[in-house]
Design a protein around this ligand. Structure first.
Ligand code: NAX
Length: 326
C-alpha cells in the first residue's frame, strides 16, 4: 500500500478549513489511492471548535484518512509534513486597510516559516492562502532559509477560476473548455487576468469577444468578485477558495494538461522584468512538485500597464514588511 503523506492545514477550524479538510480527506487533491494524515493547526481559542471538526472527519469514515492530529504549536503541526496549506490568519476588519492587515499578519508567517524550516520533511511544498497571501508567502520563505524558495506558493487559482467562469458564461462554454488563462501579480484587485492568451474551445478569446467587454466588465467582475460574495453571503468565499487550493496543489502534484498552463504565485527570478524576490503570480506549467514559468508570452501596452501596477503594489507590500525579511 502507498505510504500516507502528511498534510498540514493552518486555521483548520475556520471557514476555508471546514471546506478544505473534507476534500483533502476524500482524496480530491492527491488521488484516490494516496492515503493522508492531517496535522491541523489552530490558535488556542480555535481548538475546541477544531475538536468538533475532527469528530466530523472521523464520522465521515474516509478510507484514505490514516490519522488526524491537532495542535496549537506550529512545531508539532509541521512535524514531518510533506504538504502545507497556510490558511489561518487574521481576517481584515472594517477599520483595517491593506497595510494594517499586512502588519497584523506578517508575524504569523515568520513564526510558521521558522517552524516549517525546523520540522517539515525534506520534500515539503507550501501554499499560502491567508491574506495578503503573496507577501505572507514571501515572509514565510525568508523565515525558512533551509527550504528552497521555489517551494513557497501564493494562491491565485481562485482568481483564475473566477476568470474562467466569467469567460465560460460569456461564451456559453463549460469552464473546462477555457484554457491558458494566467493571472499576473498580486492576489488583490490589481491582479491581471490575462485574457489576451486565453482560449475557449481552443480558439483565442480575443477572436470571440470584444476588447470593450474584456477590458471593462470582465476585469471588473473578476477583481471585485470577493466583495460581491461577501455582500451576497455575508461571509467571504470559503468553498470556492478551498476548491482553488485543492486545484493548485493537485496541479503541482499531478501536473497540468498538455498545452495548457495555470496560475501560481511563485518566487520571481526576474522573469518578464518582474523584480527578483517577489512572490508574483505567473502563468506556469507544473507537475511532480515543480513548476516553471511559461516563456515567450507577449504583452500589449494595456497588459504591460496592468502588470506594472500590480508589480508596484507588491513592491510596496515588500517595503512594508522589510523588517520581517531579514
Ligand atoms: P476564518 O476567520 O474563518 O478562519 C481563519 C482561522 O485561522 C480561524 O479559525 C483562526 O482561529 C485561525 N488562525 C488565526 N491565526 C492563526 C494562526 N496564527 N495560526 C493558526 N490558525 C490561525 O477565515 P477564512 O474564511 O477561513 O479565511 C482564511 C484566510 O484566507 C483569510 O486570510 C482570507 O483573507 C484568505 N482568503 C484568501 C483567498 C485567496 O484567494 N488567496 C480567498 C479566500 C480568502 O479570502
Amino acid at each position: 500500500m502507498t505510504a500516507p503523506i502528511r498534510v498540514s492545514v493552518t486555521g483548520a477550524a475556520g471557514n476555508i478549513g471546514y471546506a478544505l479538510l473534507f476534500r483533502l480527506a476524500a482524496g480530491d487533491c492527491y488521488g484516490k489511492d494516496q492515503p493522508i494524515i492531517l496535522q491541523l493547526l489552530e490558535i488556542a481559542p480555535g481548538m475546541k471548535a477544531l475538536e468538533g471538526v475532527v469528530m466530523e472527519l472521523l464520522d465521515s469514515a474516509f478510507p484514505l484518512l490514516h490519522g488526524v492530529e491537532i495542535s496549537d504549536d506550529p512545531n508539532k503541526a509541521f512535524s514531518g509534513i510533506n504538504q502545507a496549506f497556510l490558511v489561518g490568519s487574521r481576517p481584515r476588519t472594517k477599520d483595517m486597510n491593506r497595510a494594517d492587515l499586512i502588519s497584523a499578519n506578517g508575524p504569523i508567517f515568520t513564526g510558521q516559516g521558522r517552524a516549517l524550516n525546523d520540522n517539515a520533511a525534506d520534500d515539503v511544498r507550501v501554499i499560502v492562502v491567508g491574506n495578503p497571501c503573496n507577501t505572507n508567502a514571501l515572509i514565510a520563505a525568508h523565515s525558512a532559509p533551509g527550504i528552497p524558495k521555489d517551494r513557497f506558493h501564493a494562491m491565485t487559482r481562485l482568481d483564475e477560476n473566477r476568470a474562467k467562469a466569467q469567460l465560460a458564461k460569456k461564451l456559453s462554454a463549460l469552464p473546462g473548455e477555457v484554457s491558458n488563462l494566467g493571472i499576473w501579480g498580486n492576489h488583490s484587485d490589481t491582479m491581471y487576468p490575462d485574457f489576451a492568451h486565453a482560449r475557449v474551445r481552443g480558439q483565442a478569446v480575443t477572436e470571440q469577444v470584444g476588447q470593450d467587454w474584456l477590458q471593462g466588465d470582465f476585469l471588473k467582475t473578476v477583481a471585485t468578485r470577493g466583495k460581491a460574495i461577501i455582500e451576497a453571503r455575508g461571509a467571504s468565499s470559503a468553498a470556492s477558495a478551498a476548491s482553488a487550493a485543492i486545484d493548485h496543489m493537485s496541479t503541482l502534484w499531478h501536473g497540468n494538461a498538455k498545452g495548457d498552463f495555470t496560475s501560481m504565485g511563485v518566487w520571481s527570478e526576474g522573469q518578464y522584468g518582474v523584480p527578483k524576490g517577489l512572490i508574483f503570480s505567473f502563468p506556469v506549467t507544473s507537475g511532480g512538485g515543480n513548476w516553471s514559468i511559461v516563456e515567450g508570452l507577449e504583452h500589449d501596452e494595456f497588459a504591460k500597464a496592468k502588470i506594472a501596477a500590480t508589480t508596484q503594489e507588491l513592491l510596496n507590500e515588500r517595503e512594508t514588511v522589510k523588517d520581517l525579511l531579514k
